[in-house]
Design a protein around this ligand. Structure first.
Ligand code: B4P
Length: 183
């Protein structure tokens, strides 16, 4: 099975949900920049204070901040990993390519989770996190289209992209995902 993975997709596609299940099952390091940022906010660190207002608006937190978090987690890790919600723009993707080159750990597969925006909005409204109100969700979808969607062409050009239908039950998606990961 592929061991170095990246999950890409709009907010609410279920990246976190599937990443958590897969990482637990396969013993991969699950690196969710969203979860790590929320932990900083919770702990009230300087980094968390900087991130909180940005996340509440549905904008992206600064690249330097996110990159520092990812580097600190990956540079001493030797096993497989799953990046969830990172990179979010081309600059982060290029910085990640450089970091992974330095660590000699190439990405094996990029999974693009695809879902209709009406379903995305519904899922997020049901989740009810602090940044899950309708106006902020719509802004996150715009930010995704403008800043994150260009990564699809980036990873397609590298021959790493696999598309996953993210509709249906968690179990059905998990099964489709597993079949993409076979070597
Ligand atoms: P994230 O934490 O990455 O969250 P997300 O994209 O909104 O959600 P995800 O796709 O993981 O959906 P989930 O599984 O939870 O981002 C939050 C914010 O953090 C960003 O807006 C940004 O400000 C900041 N941030 C994060 N990374 C950054 C970076 N690299 N650079 C800059 N800023 C960054 O699923 C959603 C809901 O659907 C859940 O309630 C779940 O239970 C439900 N669900 C999942 N699968 C389902 C299914 N099959 N059927 C029904 N419901 C389902």
């Amino acid at each position: 099975m592929k061991q170095r993975l990246l999950f890409l997709g709009p907010p609410g596609a279920g990246k976190g949900t599937q990443a958590q299940r897969l990482a637990t099952r396969e013993g991969l390091l699950h690196l969710s920049t969203g979860d790590l940022l929320r932990a900083e906010v919770q702990a009230g660190t300087a980094l968390g204070q900087e991130a909180e207002a940005v996340m509440a608006r549905g904008e992206l937190v600064s690249d330097a901040l996110v990159l520092a978090i990812v580097r600190s987690r990956l540079e001493h890790h030797t096993g497989g990993w799953l990046l969830d919600g990172f990179p979010r723009n081309l600059l982060q993707a290029e910085a990640l390519d450089a970091l992974l080159g330095e660590l000699d750990q190439a990405i094996e597969l990029v999974v693009l989770m695809e879902l209709d925006s009406a379903v995305l909005i519904q899922r997020l409204l049901c989740r009810g996190r602090a940044d899950d109100n309708e106006a902020v969700i719509r802004n996150r979808l715009v930010v995704y289209q403008e800043q994150t969607a260009p990564l699809i062409a980036h990873y397609k050009a590298l021959g790493l992209l696999a598309r996953l239908d993210a509709s249906g039950s968690i179990e059905a998606i998990e099964e489709r995902l597993s079949s993409l990961l076979i070597d």
